[in-house]
Design a protein around this ligand. Sequence first.
Ligand code: APR
Length: 227
Amino acid sequence: MKKIVVLTGAGISAESGIKTFRDSGGLWEEHRIENVATYDAWLRNQELVLEFYNQRRKQLYECAPNAAHFALAKLEKKYDVQIITQNVDDLHERGGSTKVLHLHGELKKSRSTVDENLIYKINGWELKKGDCCEKGSQLRPHIVWFGEAVPNIVTAVKLSSKADIYIVIGTSLNVYPAAALLNYVPNYIPKYLIDPNGSEVAGIRNLTVIKEKAGKGLPELVKELTL
Ligand code: APR
């Protein structure tokens, strides 16, 4: 089976009602990133950080996967599909995709502040001050904050270098190290970028830019690839 590796960003979840990060009216508009999405913010004001992610999580429960998520699940009938996502939502999983690597963490999980290997599912939408891991320490959102290491990038690089086809969807390719993954895909491999604001990427060959929303562009591409 040929291997398709898919790199997704906030744009694939936009049509599910989840705001992207950098569009006007986006997720960060009312918040300075350094106040809610850094380790320093966590040290300064745990309540504010917990509340920011509680609201994101609450919203996620009200959202459903869209045509793009479902199209990726359908692609598994013909290909070995590996998704690498920058998104912290679970819409790929709920859309039926079976292999999803989260680069920036997962909204519905919490993590111990003394042992990064202790990761838990959050029941419901709230993580509160006083919620502790089995070692008695405060739980934090299982999110990779700005300035923190991205442990799954090593696996993502390996997966990207082994792709037979590479598809990038709905990411501004602004945030590293995720943005550099395209550089590890061999030159001769066919690559697609689906994003209404997409454009050629410097140094990347064999890239077809599809300037469409994911909900339209992706089902069309999947149809073409599964003919
Ligand atoms: N379909 C496809 N793409 C879309 C759609 C859509 N319906 N709507 C918007 N987009 C595109 C935008 O054109 C933009 O290029 O999605 C992209 C969203 O870019 P960003 O908001 O920068 O999101 P992303 O690239 O995922 O951000 C990366 O940065 O803020 C951090 O950790 C956060 O994971 C996030 C990372």
